[in-house]
Write a protein that binds this ligand. Structure first.
Ligand SMILES: Nc1ncnc2c1ncn2[C@@H]1O[C@H](COP(=O)(O)OP(=O)(O)OP(=O)(O)O)[C@@H](O)[C@H]1O
Ligand SMILES: [Mg+2]
Length: 410
């Protein structure tokens, strides 16, 4: 299969703290050796998208004690909770660092705590440590350390100040400020660069769970990919795909993968296309609360992406019309290529990065708005701009009325 962990890692069922270092080092060593065999991750490859990434041959992960992480998170107090996913809860923590930060100036971290004794969770935990511990790139979230004690599995990460792209696109409440067009483009480029880096070696890493909630944002909205629990090393040179149990998230997973279990590097490109459409429309990849026929974003919105005039009707109303329509249309065309049914017809992520960067470079600054247009947009501030759109659903109070997190495929 061209993968992966080798039996020792997969067969480990952790019971004691003593196991930990060896399991972690096996996970990282296995990943490093598999990736670096044919690696083009180094700057020497001359591949623009990969210039800033590297494989860490000796990952410098810190082993935390449970007491240390309890203290850091105020005993996992509810008010330190940042979010919750399939793996478990994520807390904000303050670490009194030995190496980093001075005394009284703790380092802010995120602490992910595995739900329970789930075998699935342990596999994902090992995968996360193996991949994130071995790869370093400005668009991948930094794994700092781990803890495995008293049947508790935890991971620590750099704290991402602005949370997830999902929160910004679909979150509600006064704390959520809508993303401006430039920021959306910056996030798309950053996330594309992260994915291009993973795909850039001969023995590529297939991320397998590309979605808005796994794109985290730092204080200046630099996008970083998180969650490598489902990642796989790509197929060997003689093969085009891996065959795996179908896992990932409904709405983002590529059709060939869902129907056959065949996982291609280009299956990730499909997920990227779906996120591009979410960035354009502010609508979730899958929302069971939308009316029949509109639950799946790709199936519903695809026909609106191919014409500039139609696209206008489905653009996120939170943009208040403040985006260059030419750029938005070009992004929509790119999204359409990424979600091509045939995986072969989807562009490689390296090309996706180049296209997005070109779109950004060619953008003209948005005209300063006149007083009249400002007044008009203030009047519409709480109204979707596309209320005359054929897809506007009156009985649901607008196309953004109901949004729920898409279910996992596992
Ligand atoms: N390093 C981090 N810094 C800041 N917030 C984080 C960090 N990691 C995760 N979070 C927050 O915690 C939330 C939950 O993350 P998690 O990866 O566990 O689940 P998810 O991505 O929402 O779902 P899934 O388990 O399906 O991937 C994220 O959406 C984000 O808001
Ligand atoms: Mg996640």
């Amino acid at each position: 299969m061209g993968i992966c962990w080798g039996s020792p890692v997969d067969n480990h069922t952790p019971t004691t703290t003593g196991h930990l270092s060896s399991v972690v080092s096996q996970a990282t060593a296995s990943t490093v050796s598999n990736i670096s065999k044919n690696s083009q991750f180094s700057a020497a490859s001359g591949d623009e998208a990969c210039l800033h990434g590297q494989i860490l041959l000796s990952p410098n992960l810190r082993e935390h004690s449970l007491a240390e992480l309890r203290a850091a998170t105020k005993n996992f107090r509810a008010d330190a909770l940042l979010g919750e996913g399939g793996f478990g809860k994520v807390y904000k923590g303050w670490l009194e660092e030995k190496g980093h930060g001075r005394k009284g100036n703790p380092m802010v971290i995120a602490v992910k705590k595995l739900k329970s004794d789930s075998l699935q969770g342990i596999e994902e935990w090992q995968s996360e440590v193996g991949f994130l511990g071995s790869l370093s790139h400005p668009n991948l979230v930094k794994l700092l350390g781990y803890c495995w004690e008293d049947h508790e599995l935890l991971l620590t990460y750099e704290f991402m100040q602005k949370g997830s792209l999902e929160n910004h696109l679909f979150g509600r409440g006064s704390a959520v400020t809508p993303l401006e067009w430039d920021t959306r483009l910056k996030i798309a480029i950053g996330a594309a660069q992260g994915l291009a880096f993973l795909h850039a070696s001969d023995n590529q890493v297939i991320y397998r769970d590309f979605k808005a909630s796994n794109i985290l944002l730092d204080g200046s909205y630099t996008a970083k990919l998180s969650d490598f629990g489902l990642a796989k090393l790509g197929p060997s040179e003689s093969k085009s795909h891996l065959t795996t149990r179908v896992m990932g998230t409904h709405g983002y997973a590529a059709p060939e993968y869902v129907t056959t279990g065949h996982l291609y590097v280009k299956s990730d490109v499909y997920g990227f296309g779906v996120v591009l459409i979410e960035i354009l429309t502010g609508l979730r990849a899958l929302d069971e609360n939308r009316p029949t026929g509109q639950e799946n974003l790709v199936d519903w919105i695809k026909p609106y992406l191919s014409e500039r005039r139609k696209l206008k009707n489905v653009m996120d109303f939170r943009l208040e019309g403040k985006y260059p329509s030419r750029s938005a249309f070009q992004v929509a065309q790119l999204a359409l290529q990424c979600i091509e049914k045939e995986q072969k017809n989807r562009p490689p992520m390296k090309d996706v990065v180049e296209t997005l960067e070109q779109i950004k470079t060619n953008e003209k600054p948005i005209e300063p708005r006149t007083r009249a247009s400002r007044l008009a947009s203030n009047c519409n501030a709480h109204q979707p701009l596309h209320h005359n759109s054929p897809i506007y659903v009156k009985q649901y109070g607008g196309i953004h009325a109901y949004q729920t997190t898409p279910p996992r495929l596992r």
